[in-house]
Ligand binder design. Structure first.
Ligand SMILES: [Zn+2]
Length: 173
């Protein structure tokens, strides 16, 4: 019989339930990253106010940033265009303004349906994660904006190629 599985609270990938139990609900890479981040987390009052679930949210956000970086590097046409503004708009309405019902739109200004589809999939995947909903629902607007702003300025959310969402999307917070 197959071992029971569950979704990592950070990246959403299916993992063994016993791995999740050992790693506070996360897969090994997400857990390691959360541990690594925890010292920094404790040193910042704004992260302390948010509670421990902020680590999981941060992991999901890193994964999203990674995805934006990949799409932008494969399709240079997305950089510095209306596409970027459309993605910013969705992040602002959800993460900053607290709209949890907003869905990713079907098309972006890329002129390429395949690229549009990958942007949509990325946004849907990110906004559909329980940890992202929790982040939006559990914190007041003011704290959320402060948290996201801090994550941007202390560069806690950076893709593996070293780009953060300011470099990718412009100053959206
Ligand atoms: Zn994970």
């Amino acid at each position: 019989m197959a071992e029971p599985k569950t979704d990592c609270t950070g990246c959403g990938r299916a993992i063994l339930t016993r791995t999740a139990e050992r790693n506070k609900g996360m897969c090994k890479p997400c857990f390691r990253e959360a541990e690594r981040f925890s010292a920094h987390l404790n040193s910042q009052a704004v992260y302390r106010d948010a509670g421990p679930s902020i680590s999981g949210f941060r992991n999901a956000f890193i994964e999203f940033t990674e995805g934006v970086g990949t799409i932008f590097s494969n399709h240079a046409v997305c950089r510095d265009t209306a596409v970027r503004d459309e993605i910013c708009g969705i992040l602002q309405k959800t993460l900053l303004n607290g709209n949890t019902k907003l869905h990713a739109q079907a098309s972006y200004a890329t002129m390429d349906p395949a690229v549009d589809a990958s942007i949509k999939k990325l946004l849907q995947g990110f906004l559909g994660k329980p940890i992202v909903h929790e982040f939006i629902q559990q914190h007041a607007d003011e704290l959320r904006i402060k948290l996201i702003g801090t994550m941007m300025t202390d560069r806690s959310v950076v893709s593996s190629s070293g780009e953060d969402l300011y470099e990718l999307l412009g100053e959206w917070v």
